[in-house]
Ligand binder design. Structure first.
Ligand SMILES: Cc1cc2nc3c(=O)[nH]c(=O)nc-3n(C[C@H](O)[C@H](O)[C@H](O)COP(=O)(O)OP(=O)(O)OC[C@H]3O[C@@H](n4cnc5c(N)ncnc54)[C@H](O)[C@@H]3O)c2cc1C
Length: 438
């Protein structure tokens, strides 16, 4: 099994680089060989497509195991289930399922996420208020433990829930069995509404829970930060549409010589155009609706060499006043966000480290070059925790370790189960070390 010499790797935010070796495994035996011969104190980490923003999929001084070759998909029409390899992308599963008028019930904002990454983050999509997170449609996970042994885990096993949202730290997901949703067509019936401020946005999202399977709002966090935006509501449709492939077909943003094109001016101009764009009212291709940015690959290059961070948190219903505090602080810093998204979550899964739980989740992107941003967010993290909120670890590269037990109060339960699955600490990541997770 060949292990490539160390090279610099970063997450999607390109804000943190780490030097690690990499091995592309194509058989279970090859992963077992890596496990049995690993001598590095920095251990091993399974990875997908590095769509996590921060340091979840990095392991400096250790070895990353690339599972792209685990790309099998088999769909059983009768039971409406798919058995997929860990390296299968959401986009590939969508394509195979659509041919049979089926679709994964939970998909994230990009199709370039692997099944392994989807489990490790317990990802959520626009349907969370109805379907919950990814784990809710997973029937089985086949996992390689630190011993090299293979186990099949179902939702009856505590190890299943430790692996869901477990950030790759319980073992290598090799295969999963997932339930699919039956479709009438390849479209979503979408209706968009322009709203003038945050209260209107919240009110409309609250009202739409019962009537729409997919809800999300784009929020303008530039200019005066009133929280104006566009609310998008959708239901699986019955009108077939011509769907453009979502994978690798769009243009790729060139490297832009490492320059950061995100300034308060460019962001405000973009947000103004987005706010005024014609509103959708009708059938839209499912894949296009679910993954609006996938038409442009490497869009993260727009932030240049310094990279960016995505800050996503969830806060209980009734704690909305925290948004005012956040918006005021960001306005004072002149920190304009290119992509703000507000979504109402439904119920949490039972995984101790799963992020989504009932409440509001807000997602913001910021260039790392904004002066004072880190200091402000450190203060805001504390207020968030005091208000009972938490950040999404798969997007994180900066939160303080002391806040983790407050954000994720079941972490000790997770640690206990993890220890039985990996007593020697084979699975490691930069994030796990930074946040003292294990
Ligand atoms: C444009 C964009 C939009 C996004 N939208 C959403 C969204 O709507 N909702 C959402 O929840 N997330 C979203 N994300 C985040 C993304 O879904 C997660 O970061 C996901 O984990 C990335 O998967 P990946 O295959 O790239 O894995 P990587 O980033 O390579 O790895 C992520 C984690 O998964 C672990 N892992 C990977 N493969 C395996 C395996 N086989 N076994 C065990 N562990 C494994 C890694 O160790 C690491 O901890 C978005 C990301 C981007 C870039």
């Amino acid at each position: 099994m060949q292990i490539n010499s160390p090279q610099l790797t970063s997450g999607w935010g390109n804000n943190f680089h780490s030097l690690s070796s990499r091995a592309a495994a194509s058989t279970v035996e090859q992963i077992q060989e890596l496990v049995s011969t690993s001598k590095s104190v920095r251990g091993l980490l399974p990875i997908g497509l590095h769509r996590s923003y921060g340091d979840s999929a990095l392991n400096s001084g250790g070895t990353l195991i690339d599972l792209a070759a685990f790309n099998g998909i088999s769909i059983d029409m009768q039971s409406r289930t798919a058995v997929v390899g860990a390296g299968v992308t959401v986009a590939a599963l969508e394509r195979a399922a659509l041919e049979k008028s089926l679709f994964p019930p939970v998909v994230p904002g990009t199709g370039f996420v692997t099944m392994g990454g989807a489990i490790a983050a317990d990802i959520h999509g626009k349907s969370h208020h109805r379907t919950g997170s990814f784990s809710q449609c997973v029937r089985r996970i086949t996992l390689m433990l630190a011993s090299g042994g293979i186990v099949n885990l179902t939702p009856n096993d505590p190890e299943f829930w430790a692996t869901v949202g477990g950030l790759g730290l319980t073992g290598v997901v090799i295969e999963i069995e997932i339930e699919l949703h039956a479709l009438q067509s390849n479209s979503v019936d979408v209706i968009e509404h322009r709203v003038k401020n945050l209260s209107e946005m919240i009110e409309l999202l609250n009202r739409s829970d019962n009537d729409y399977e997919h809800t999300v709002a784009w929020i303008d966090l530039s200019g005066d930060y009133r929280g104006r935006g566009v609310v998008s509501l959708g239901n699986y449709g019955s009108t077939p549409v011509k769907a453009k492939e979502s994978e690798s077909t769009g243009p790729s943003l060139p490297s832009l010589a490492g320059k950061n094109f995100i300034t308060p001016l460019t962001v405000s101009a973009f947000n103004e155009i987005w706010y005024r764009k014609p509103l959708k009212d009708g059938a839209v291709a499912l894949t296009k609706y679910m993954h609006p940015l996938d038409g442009i690959s490497h869009w993260n290059r727009i932030y240049g060499d310094t990279g960016f961070l995505q800050y996503q948190f969830v806060i209980d219903i009734g704690k909305e006043e925290i948004f005012d505090r956040l918006f005021r602080g960001l306005r004072d810093l002149k920190a304009a966000s290119f992509l703000g998204v507000l979504k109402k979550f439904g119920n949490a899964s039972q995984a101790p480290l799963s992020f989504p739980r009932s409440g509001w989740t807000l997602t913001l992107d910021y260039s790392m070059a904004v002066p004072g941003l880190e200091q402000f967010l450190r203060g805001f993290d504390e207020e968030l925790v005091a208000a009972g909120g938490r950040v999404y670890l798969i997007k994180d590269s900066r939160v303080s370790p002391e806040l983790i037990p407050l954000m994720y109060p079941q972490i000790n339960q997770w640690r206990d189960i993890r220890r039985t699955m990996d007593p020697t600490g084979l699975w490691q990541s930069d994030q796990a070390r930074r946040l003292h997770l294990c």
